[in-house]
Design a protein around this ligand. Structure first.
Ligand SMILES: [Ca+2]
Ligand SMILES: [Ca+2]
Length: 277
């Protein structure tokens, strides 16, 4: 079985199975001069059984499912925001640009190329403030910041946050909208990042329902500063990035087409042998 990433979705797999099943039934039926009116998996299976080809269909389905799983289980890739805006508690201290330009990371990532999970397991952010982090206005316990994402990946479903270690963010909601600061779709509701001590810190990673690869993602932070150290009375961010699935490679589709051709050849051969005996 292909390795299933933490981003694996059973619903997507079922959807792909259904698509694969209907597609195969239709093509196989058309090839035999019978276009299936398969409005459900059950109807398709009954039809396949009636044609005494159910084993063939099950084998095909299994193959397609395996291939679909491989396609879906492509690793999540790192996605770098292209812009950011402070919606509240600004201008604060430091530059908001330093929270998405990879400043302060011990090792960089390549936008839409680096695999998210292995990378975020070891990529730490410096505890040094100047030139690397952003703090909100002193005396504020909330802050809202929007990040602009414009990615060629099919969708966005991960948030990566290096939660600044001395003040950080207590809790936050993540929203998606088409404009900066828009509370459009709620993607994460009241989640709590790690409260780090005064050390270089690793990121937290959250997965959420697939969302648009183009638009503004807004972090609505509260509960700042965090208890450990509470060095400065405001919210603070070290670095923010996103993640989405890789697109299936053309090779997977070539493999499927080749496999289908082989199965079709085998079925035809079986009929010829049956006709001769
Ligand atoms: Ca940074
Ligand atoms: Ca802390």
């Amino acid at each position: 079985m292909p390795k299933v990433s933490p981003g694996f979705s059973p619903k997507l797999l079922i959807f792909h199975q259904a698509v694969a099943w209907h597609g195969l039934c239709w093509v196989k039926g058309a090839a035999e001069g019978v276009v299936f009116k398969a409005s459900s998996l059950h109807a398709a299976f009954q039809k396949a059984t009636a044609m005494k080809h159910h084993n063939l269909y099950l084998a095909l389905l299994a193959g397609m499912s395996l291939a679909a799983t491989g396609a879906i289980a492509k690793p999540a890739l790192m996605v770098q925001p292209k812009d950011a805006q402070i919606i509240s508690s600004g201008p604060g201290f430091g530059s908001i640009t330093d929270t998405f330009n990879q400043s302060g990371l011990n090792t960089g990532y390549v936008d839409e190329v680096t695999n998210l999970h292995p990378y975020t397991a070891t990529a730490s952010h410096t505890l040094v403030f100047s030139g690397f982090e952003w703090f909100g206005n002193q005396g504020t316990d909330t802050a809202t910041v929007s990040y602009f994402v414009n990615s060629s990946l099919p969708f966005i479903d991960h948030l990566v946050l290096w939660n600044e270690e001395s003040s950080g963010i207590g809790q936050f909601n993540l929203w998606y909208g088409t404009t900066a600061g828009e509370f459009g779709t709620l993607l994460l509701d009241g989640v709590s990042p790690t409260d780090h001590d005064l050390v270089d810190y690793l990121p937290d990673v959250w997965e959420f329902a697939p969302s648009s690869p183009l638009g503004w993602y807004t972090i609505q932070a509260s509960g700042c500063p965090q208890p450990i150290v509470s060095g400065f009375a405001s919210c603070a961010i070290g670095e923010v990035a996103f993640g989405g699935p890789a697109v299936p490679e053309p090779g997977i589709w070539a493999m499927l087409i080749a496999g289908f051709g082989l199965v079709g050849y085998a079925a035809r051969r079986r009929r010829v042998i049956a006709a001769q005996s």
